[in-house]
Design a protein around this ligand. Sequence first.
Ligand code: NAD
Ligand code: DAU
Length: 353
Amino acid sequence: MTILVSGGAGFIGGNFVLDWLAGSDEAVINVDKLTYAGNLDTLKLLEGDVRHIFVRADIGDREAICRLLMEHEPRAVINFAAESHVDRSIHGPGDFIQTNVVGTFNLLETVRAYWNELPADEKGAFRFLHVSTDEVYGTLEANDPPFSETNTFEPNSPYSASKAASDHLVRAWHHTYGLPVLTTNCSNNYGPYHFPEKLIPLVILNALNGKPLPIYGDGQQIRDWLYVKDHCSAIRRVLEAGKVGETYNVGGWNEKANLDVVKTICSLLDELQPRADGQGYAAQITYVTDRPGHDRRYAIDARKLERELGWKPAETFESGIRKTVEWYLANQAWVSNVTSGAYREWVSTQYGA
Ligand code: NAD
Ligand code: DAU
């Protein structure tokens, strides 16, 4: 049997493919456009592994995806492919609409045509799992309960609006055409192979390079952090036992203010690789202009996934963030490969010289 994963050269998709093949012999067809965020170095451990077939293609390319579906006959498609960075969506929303909305639409249509032709037993067992975000629910006040699956969608950024649109398409393809879909809405991930445009890897690398650690606004915005391998185990569990047509919220019960996250990283670096001048890394913390429309707080109520499918995260924030900092210290080669020209251009657009 085979699964098809889209966006498997990115942060979460890459971790998912590595974890999948570490625990199963079921082959993975990995389809990725290799945008600035896709990186084959993440999949280096799979070089020569016949269970992993990488194909560079756009999820919106119906001909290419159709060919792969006909050739490999996967029993499931897991859609990670997306433009994923909120700040980039503010600078240039067009790519977000193209991939997250139009791309998902094209993928759904291609998969529907394939699924329609499957024999009855395979048709019943087939799954389309769409990986989405908690940002579709909007923002929370300090005392609001965490987001549950029944919260209304109130997306606030071009990124979250495009993801909300894709979730709606997935839902409609089930209700109208019967496509057996599952959707997961997850909180902020962190861990190995995280592209250093996002807060946690950016702060680790800037700290080590003696650069400012940029805090947007007052740094009191709250995110609910989940170690990426816990997200991967949740997706495997939903794929295995999730009820068709349902959505599942995935989160780590780890609400932290950004400033506290940055201070935790500084303390770990102080312990693991102290600065040569004896000062703490926290001295590099710098307050910068806030993100426009910055959501104040996200928090996930993951009880449905726990109650119905028995999933729980394995890592606490403390154990996960230590593993993450250690991973970045030990994997400087991966870091130098991703911090190329395109990355440097982004840093100067967003943070100035
Ligand atoms: P990422 O930006 O690291 O990776 C995205 C991958 O998709 C890249 O490899 C990129 O090359 C590929 N891609 C982009 N456009 C494509 C296209 N048109 N066709 C094929 N491939 C394309 O993103 P990520 O952080 O790994 O996020 C993966 C998914 O999980 C996204 O759908 C995102 O919305 C969702 N998500 C992310 C988080 C998080 O904290 N990072 C949390 C919840 C949900
Ligand atoms: O909640 C899930 C979402 O988490 C995913 O859907 C997105 O794909 C993912 O990128 C992430 O979005 P955020 O905007 O929360 O992540 P980011 O790492 O960009 O920022 C985390 C917080 O840190 C946010 O409040 C903005 C702040 N921040 C970020 C950067 C890059 C800073 O204060 N300084 C920075 O330099």
